[in-house]
Design a protein around this ligand. Structure first.
Ligand SMILES: [Zn+2]
Length: 74
């Protein structure tokens, strides 16, 4: 039997801000917070910074996985 025990490895997610021309990596669990804080502090609450679109799809998977939202049952 194999036990999957990946929970120690926190996936890091790149957040890009075209306005500031910055990329920062934050733990998956902090992404929403980091984006909100950045946009709040630097862009008056406008949604400028966002998750790197290249991996946004993967993030959705990771997030669903982490939150146990993957629906494997019918
Ligand atoms: Zn910015």
């Amino acid at each position: 039997m194999t036990t999957a025990n990946d929970s120690d490895e926190t996936p890091r997610v790149p957040i890009v801000c075209p306005d500031c021309e910055t990329t920062s990596r934050v733990p998956l669990s902090d992404v929403a917070d980091a984006i909100e804080r950045h946009n709040d502090q630097l862009h008056d609450g406008e949604a400028v910074a966002e998750v790197d679109p290249d991996i946004a799809d993967r993030i959705a998977d990771l997030a669903a996985d982490e939150l146990g939202l993957l629906e494997n049952t019918e």
